[in-house]
Design a protein around this ligand. Structure first.
Ligand code: ZN
Length: 485
């Protein structure tokens, strides 16, 4: 193993339970681990790397992503929102996207998304969805750290008429899905020196039966892996659960013993106190008392006009808040930024939805959820998952507080190098081993297949142009006198 000392003007070191800014310090990487961080190092090293123009921070942990489909959302989801479904794209858009999303398209999306993740600072990603075997292979090849979960559920939602949401149930398929997911976790244990592993992801609170959720919870405990569930992600879903059980989604999950330190709820936006549902109760207290984690994916809801109310209130209630990307762009830089900014807007305060809180969420809080005290920090014994940001780029000037510059201003181009498990995965902005042009061509071809098959998955057989018209109409061809041809 090679022992390398990196010195830099700014290092975000971990000390006494929190991140601290170390000025003009150094850290030592020995193989896959950090063995030292401090002002100086007196021991022997094999190599010394002086980085006078770098900020070294821990890598980001993305706790919610769907790499196999997310790029397809681009230029489709942003400017549409059916009032009948409270603006969500889940009811009408997702089934239509799925109609043309064949296996080759999903794989193209995975290849593209992993490049996006690496160049914007994600070193650990939690992936939920289809093509899990392919994703696990691709994560291993990418050099990133990945928790991969094939998702499963007891039923699916659909709309027959664009007015209401119905459900179609197949309990046996849900149980088979859980069994396959358990096998997936077992067969991937210890893979790539532990860099790639599985976890459990029953789909959504409204598509999983009580039996399936209870069984998933038990299995997660036996396997010692996280269990992630989409919950409180739409008004229609909140209303469906209150209609079925007379309880909010969070209350119902508490009742059936699903909440706990291993549990990660995707979104948890529509809870008691949220103005869109106007429902009395104490969902935040239930989440905090049970030590349940929440993954907030600010951008993909904000682009449809939906915000958590509010990120700082969840933090102050004691909920372990984590961040994710969910969909395009797979950029944790954007996730940190949109979380901080949308939290300021919804809380009507600037001083509670801070760079510190979102940076902690993307590092320390996510590591706590994963029960990985060796991730999300620069400390002796931690994994060498590191980001090397530029201090000398145009966008990072002037530089006073590196965390605020990263949260509020940084672009992927301000991130020079990324290290995972002691190995370089991005070098001077270039994702090592990736064919970026081929990945872009791959998602273009995938997009064109999905757009062409749109009407087959739309409840009314509409084309994509009818559902999400182009921003401007097509330019009309005329002759020199201005007459249309
Ligand atoms: Zn999701």
């Amino acid at each position: 193993m090679t022992r390398t000392l990196y010195s830099a003007p700014y290092i975000v070191g971990f000390q006494e339970g929190q991140h601290r800014i170390l000025r003009d310090g150094c850290l030592v990487v020995d193989g896959d681990r950090i063995t030292h961080v401090g002002a100086e190092y007196a021991g022997e090293v094999d190599e010394r790397v002086d980085l006078p123009n770098r900020i070294i921070t821990p890598g980001f942990i993305d706790t919610h992503s769907h790499l196999h489909e997310s790029p397809i959302d681009k230029s489709v989801q942003e400017d549409t929102g059916n009032r009948q479904f409270w603006l969500t794209g889940l009811i009408e858009i997702l089934p239509a996207e799925a109609a043309g999303l064949d296996r080759a398209s999903m794989r193209a999306c995975v290849d593209y998304s992993l490049i996006e993740l690496a160049r914007s600072g994600t070193t650990t990603v939690l992936q939920l969805g289809d093509e899990a075997d392919y994703v696990a292979d691709a994560v291993e090849a990418s050099g990133l750290r990945g928790y991969v979960a094939p998702s499963y559920r007891s039923g699916r939602w659909f709309t027959p008429d664009g007015r209401r949401v119905d459900y179609e149930w197949d309990e046996a398929a849900g149980r088979r899905g859980l069994e396959e997911a358990i096998r997936f976790v077992e067969s991937n244990t210890g893979r790539a020196d532990g860099r790639v592993q599985g976890f459990l992801a029953p789909g959504q609170v409204d598509t999983c039966s009580e039996d399936l959720l209870r069984a998933s919870s038990v299995a997660a405990g036996e396997l010692r892996v996280p269990v992630s569930l989409h919950a409180s992600q739409g008004v229609w879903e909140f209303n469906e659960i209150t209609r079925r059980h007379g309880r909010t989604p969070v209350e119902w999950l508490a009742d059936i013993g699903f909440l706990g330190p291993r549990t990660l709820l995707g979104h948890a936006i529509f809870i008691t106190g949220n103005s869109w549902v106007n429902f009395a109760g104490n969902d935040l207290g239930l989440l905090a008392q049970s030590q349940t984690s929440v993954s907030y994916n600010a951008w993909c809801f904000a682009r449809r006009g939906i915000l958590m109310e509010s990120f700082p209130e969840y933090v102050e209630a004691g909920v372990n808040m984590c961040l994710g990307t969910d969909t395009a762009p797979q950029s944790m830089i954007e996730s940190l930024r949109w979380t901080a900014i949308s939290g300021k807007i919804t809380s009507r305060r600037a001083d509670t939805s801070t760079a510190r809180r979102v940076f902690d969420a993307a590092t320390l809080n996510a590591a706590a959820m994963l029960d990985r005290p060796d991730l999300g920090r620069i400390a002796p014994g931690a994994k060498a998952d590191l980001l090397f940001w530029r201090t000398d780029s145009f966008g990072m000037a002037p530089l006073r507080d590196p965390i605020r510059n990263i949260v509020y201003y940084a672009q992927p181009s301000d991130l020079a190098d990324v290290m995972v498990d002691g190995k370089t995965v991005v070098e001077d902005g270039v994702v090592v081993g990736a064919d970026v042009a081929a990945a872009a061509r791959g998602v273009q071809a995938a997009g064109e297949r999905v757009w062409a098959h749109w009407s087959e998955g739309d409840w009314a057989g509409r084309s994509l142009e009818e559902v999400a018209p182009m921003t401007y109409p097509a330019f009309e061809d005329t002759d020199v006198e201005g007459t249309k041809r």
